[in-house]
Design a protein around this ligand. Structure first.
Ligand SMILES: C[S@@+](CC[C@H](N)C(=O)[O-])C[C@H]1O[C@@H](n2cnc3c(N)ncnc32)[C@H](O)[C@@H]1O
Length: 217
């Protein structure tokens, strides 16, 4: 049986989902994936162009991408409005298995999890987090975003989250010049992103992954 928690090659913890038969992060490196795919291709690209950024994340999961983005926003002095959705929030027992506050010498991870759901909360100065408990399919938002972190479980496990219909909805939620980044570069995913209007770029991936994607509106 696969354990609920696993320490990835970089010493950071990740969780395993029995329902979806997937780990929440790459077991080759939790930090590398966030750094390359979400911070590198997404957040820092837009932070070099603007001082206030609206981010949408598909799959709040452990909250690790929120933590990494908040630490980077603090370093860069960027104002961030970060909306993250999650259909199946993890339990308090799961949160206690994750070693991020210790590894990054912070208390921010705890704050991210203590923040109320459904409203923007300023968890550190200039970083506003709104966690939404919803499926992506049911989500209705009338705002648009500069950066979308697309961090769903893989198409082999949840093919319904990698379709043209889903990406059309996200395209409508992307500001002009905005980007969607994801770790999955499968042909079917690239084609679906292109079909709804994104210009798709392939970039070198973190350890254990050849290519990752930045899709530009
Ligand atoms: C790869 S994990 C996300 C990892 C996360 N970004 C992190 O930093 O830990 C994918 C997440 O999507 C959630 N999920 C699965 N189906 C969903 C759906 N239909 N709508 C919203 N979230 C969903 C899962 O529960 C899981 O937490």
């Amino acid at each position: 049986m696969t354990e609920r928690v696993r320490i990835a090659d970089d010493g950071l913890a990740t969780l395993y989902s029995v329902e979806f038969n997937q780990h929440y992060h790459s077991v080759r490196g939790v930090g590398d994936e966030a750094e390359t795919v979400y911070l590198g291709l997404g957040f820092r690209k837009k932070a070099s162009e603007m001082s206030q950024i609206a981010i949408f994340e598909m799959g709040f999961g452990t909250g690790f991408n929120v933590l990494m983005t908040a630490l980077e926003a603090q370093r860069l002095g960027t104002m961030v409005y970060y909306t993250s959705i999650e259909a199946f929030p993890i339990s308090q027992e799961d949160i206690a298995l994750l070693n991020y506050d210790t590894e990054f010498d912070t208390t921010l991870f705890k704050k991210i999890h203590e923040a109320a759901w459904g409203e923007f909360i300023e968890i550190i100065p200039h970083f506003y987090l709104r966690k939404i408990n919803s499926t992506l399919q049911d989500l209705v938002l009338d705002t648009a975003f500069d950066v979308i972190y697309y961090d769903a479980f893989a198409p082999s496990s949840q093919p319904e989250l990698w379709t043209e219909d889903v990406f059309r909805k996200l395209y409508q939620m992307t500001n002009d010049g905005g980007v969607l980044t994801t770790y999955c570069s499968k042909t079917v995913v690239r084609r679906a992103l292109e079909a709804v209007g994104y210009r798709v770029e392939k970039h070198s991936g973190p350890r254990g992954k050849r290519d990752v994607i930045r899709a530009v509106k």
